[in-house]
Design a protein around this ligand. Structure first.
Ligand SMILES: *[C@@H]1O[C@H](CO)[C@@H](O)[C@H](O)[C@H]1NC(C)=O
Ligand SMILES: [Zn+2]
Length: 428
């Protein structure tokens, strides 16, 4: 332990002189390597916990949930020697997932917004997505009603659309890209919207005709813009934190449901899963909560799109051992969705409660909607992949990922309906 203490302090000292640049230019990730490390004992768990809260030189890509799980950690080239020694001294098994993150980012940039018109062979920034939303609103004024849930910290509109073909439908809410760097999520939801509006497939026509859809294609707008303009690996909001140089909170740990319980979020403002100084400290989280509260009786299912890892996660997030009373139903719904997702390309998704299947995460939007807003079907989708590309999933994956997601949503809705969850909640 003495040795471990020494190595940790050396890492902290080194990290102060890390090469994070600040100002005008984009953050680069030359020779930043993503490792998968297995956590097999208490000592290793302590070390990984420590690494994951150091802001500089380390960045947690995939959190871990205790002994027996693995973490994906991006390590800067300056920290590599120290990291290697730490891993070796403490008997970690590790493997490289991404050798050089910058080369993935460069490939992605070379195809950015390549589509002449809006499409799904390249990623798009916020302006392009909002321009496309304006277009579809105009072309489908009979079906779409735009809405805005409020403004982000930096004053951007957080926009959404409601797609409704008739009065009295049950409702499904989809919120996407709360984590800024998870670009596949907004790319997928726009594909899904396009299918909803245009597909002739009976299953999709059924979704268009018989469900009211409330969709926020880019929820964390500030973070998303920042991930395009400054730092591809940005996750959190952009609101400064009093008393810290680190910016932003994890909006998906900021909802007032079991906030900060069971280690499901961190109080360190520099951590990727910083819960915020208090529940709903982030204007984005507060705006979404207020908006859904107003239409609570119209929403039967709540979905939140994330990447990566290939999981379907339902409540609870705040505990690994506590399960909702309708967990059997949720598992049946999860199984239907996972089976459907697998059909087109064989992609395997694992389903179950967030806390038991992946990691304890408290204060998430899905849990808040479930616990505080009586929306009893709630799912987080963690899209492709398993770590080969992680957040920098090549644009060639957009369509396949989106097609799988469409199948998953169709099955999820069907099973929820079979189990009675799409009944009209409104007391007339
Ligand atoms: C990345 O690593 C390679 C091989 O060690 C080295 O030649 C190159 O200079 C490094 N690039 C940067 C920008 O540090
Ligand atoms: Zn996420």
């Amino acid at each position: 332990m003495k040795l471990f203490g020494f190595v940790i302090s050396a890492l902290v000292v080194l990290s102060v002189f890390g090469n994070n640049c600040c100002c005008a230019e984009k953050v680069r990730y030359d020779n930043h390597t993503v490792y998968k490390v297995l956590i097999e004992n208490e000592n290793q768990l302590t070390i990984v916990k420590h690494l994951s809260t150091l802001a500089k030189g380390y960045n947690l890509w995939k959190p871990f949930h205790g002994i027996g799980s693995d973490a994906h950690i991006m390590v800067s080239p300056k920290m590599k020697n120290a990291f290697d020694s730490l891993m070796e001294l403490n008997g970690f098994e590790k493997e490289i997932l991404v050798e050089n993150v910058q080369s993935l980012i460069d490939e992605e940039s070379s195809s950015f917004e390549r589509d002449a018109t809006f499409g799904w062979t390249s990623y798009h920034g916020l302006d392009k997505i909002y321009a496309w939303i304006d277009e579809i609103i105009e072309e489908n004024s009979d079906l779409i009603t735009p809405f805005t849930i409020g403004k982000s910290y930096e004053g951007r509109d957080i926009r959404g659309i409601k797609i409704s073909a008739k009065e009295g439908n049950p409702g499904i809410f989809i919120e996407t890209n709360v984590h800024a760097r998870e670009w596949i999520t907004s790319a997928t939801v726009t594909y899904f919207i396009n299918e909803l509006l245009n597909s002739d497939r009976a299953e999709i026509k059924n979704l268009r005709e018989n469900i009211d859809w409330y969709i926020i294609p880019v929820y964390n707008v500030d973070g998303f813009v920042y991930s395009h303009e400054k730092d591809r690996m940005w996750r959190k909001t952009r609101q400064p934190v009093k008393g810290s140089d680190c910016i932003g909170a994890d909006a998906n740990r900021n909802f007032d449901s079991h906030w900060m319980e069971n280690g499901g979020a961190l109080s360190d403002p520099c951590a990727e899963t910083f819960a915020g100084p208090k529940p709903f400290s982030e204007p984005e989280a507060q705006a979404l909560a207020d908006f859904v509260t107003k239409i609570e009786d119209k929403i039967n299912i709540y979905l939140s799109f994330h990447s990566y890892g290939q999981y379907l996660l339902c409540p609870y997030g705040h505990s690994a051992t506590d399960f909702p009373s309708n967990y059997e139903d949720l598992l049946a719904i999860g199984k239907s969705a996972a089976d459907a997702i697998k059909k087109p390309y064989g992609t395997q998704f694992t389903y179950g409660s967030t806390g038991s299947v992946l990691y304890v995460a408290s204060g998430t939007s899905v849990d808040w909607m479930f616990n505080e807003r009586n929306i009893k079907v709630g799912w987080t989708f963690e899209f492709r992949d398993k770590g080969r590309y992680g957040f920098v999933l090549p644009a060639t994956h957009i369509k396949p990922n989106a097609k799988e997601a469409v199948e998953g949503v169709i099955a999820l809705v069907q099973k929820s309906s079979d189990l009675g969850y799409l009944k009209n909640k409104r007391v007339n």
